[in-house]
Design a protein around this ligand. Structure first.
Ligand SMILES: [Cu+2]
Length: 183
């Protein structure tokens, strides 16, 4: 089932972008590293037939997830802890400017968050729950990646007193965006 991102969500995203600026504050743009994605096929990711779409399931052990983040981003570190706890083999690259990594990997600008990760050829943008990444790797849909735009309160790494509903959206290379899972 597909549904376009509503105006309401956009408002939430705009609010989150303000928070994002604070989280992402860093020095002058420095080197712009090219992201070289984990090559598809490192870990065969299909296994047991997926029962329900949102069942919590661990990733294939040792699945490598490469994260690009600003060294000053606190919520990024908390998200890294979240995906590590879920069983991903996480490699972190600190960079003063994550934007070139986002561009190089085809992330639509309006879906931006703080950190960007690469796993088995997919782009993971922002505070995506680990179990949704695991679902992506089981189902292997024909998309470029998934994103949680902005930084919604209550998403992994953004824990706080409130939890706002948010969508994990999927995007294709040619910029089609659809809701992958609502949280
Ligand atoms: Cu963040």
């Amino acid at each position: 089932m597909t549904r376009t991102v509503s105006g309401l969500r956009h408002a939430a995203v705009l609010l989150a972008v303000a928070a994002l600026a604070a989280c992402n504050r860093s020095g002058a743009p420095g080197a712009s590293p090219r992201a070289d994605a984990g090559s598809p096929g490192t870990a065969a990711s299909s296994s047991s037939a997926a029962s329900s779409s949102s069942s919590v399931q661990a990733p294939v052990p040792g699945t490598k997830l490469v994260v690009y983040k600003s060294p000053t981003c606190g919520c990024c570190i908390k998200w890294v802890d979240h995906v590590k706890a879920a069983g991903f083999d996480v490699e972190v690259h600190d960079t003063a400017n994550v934007a070139p990594v986002k561009r190089a990997n085809g992330l639509p600008q309006h879906l931006e968050s703080c950190h960007t990760a690469l796993v088995n050829g997919y782009v993971i943008e922002g505070h995506v729950p680990a179990e949704v990444i695991a679902r992506l790797l089981r189902e292997r849909p024909a998309v470029a990646g998934i994103a949680v735009p902005g930084m919604p309160m209550g998403s992994p790494g953004m824990e706080g007193p409130t939890k706002q509903p948010y969508d994990v959206v999927a995007f294709t290379k040619d910029g089609k965006v659809s809701v992958y899972e609502s949280r």
